[in-house]
Design a protein. Structure first.
Length: 135
C-alpha cells in the first residue's frame, strides 16, 4: 500500500512530469495507491485559497477518484498521540497534519511518497522523497 502525499498530488494537479511519472510507475507495480483524509483536506484548502476555484475543485475531485482514501480510526488516534509525543521529545516534530498522515501510514503498513523529506524523521516509516523539498 502506498500513500501519495499532498505535495505529490499538487504537483500532479499542476502536471509536473516528475509527479506524473512517479504515480504512473507506482500504478504499474500493482500496489494500492492511496491518500488520506488529511491530504484531501489540504487539497480542498488549496482550492479555496484565496478564493474558491470551481475548475480547481473539479480537478481535485477527478484526481482523487484514482485513489483509495484512508480514514482516521481509534488505532490512528493512539499512534498519533504516541508518535507526536516521541517526535516532540526528540525535537523533530513535523507538524500535526504530517504526523497524522504518518500515523495513518504506520497503522496501514503503507509507504509514503512525498516531496517533503521530513517524513524520514518518523521511526518505522518508509518514505520515498520525490524531489528536494525540505521541511
Amino acid at each position: 500500500m502506498i500513500i501519495i502525499d499532498t505535495s505529490v498530488l499538487i504537483d500532479a494537479l499542476h502536471r509536473k512530469q516528475a509527479a506524473l511519472r512517479k504515480i504512473k510507475e507506482l500504478e504499474e507495480t500493482g500496489e494500492t495507491l492511496c491518500t488520506t483524509q488529511i491530504n484531501v483536506l489540504e487539497l480542498y484548502k488549496g482550492v479555496y485559497s484565496p478564493t474558491k476555484s470551481e475548475a480547481g475543485l473539479e480537478k481535485v475531485k477527478k484526481l482523487l477518484d484514482a485513489f483509495v482514501i484512508l480514514s482516521i480510526d481509534e488505532d490512528v488516534y493512539d499512534m498519533f498521540g504516541e508518535l507526536s509525543a516521541e517526535l516532540k521529545r526528540r525535537g523533530e516534530a513535523i507538524g500535526d497534519f504530517d504526523e497524522l498522515i504518518a500515523s495513518i501510514a504506520l497503522i496501514n503498513g503503507a509507504v509514503i511518497v512525498s516531496g517533503d523529506s521530513h517524513f524520514r524523521r518518523v521511526p518505522g516509516l518508509k518514505a520515498i522523497s520525490l524531489c528536494t523539498r525540505t521541511a
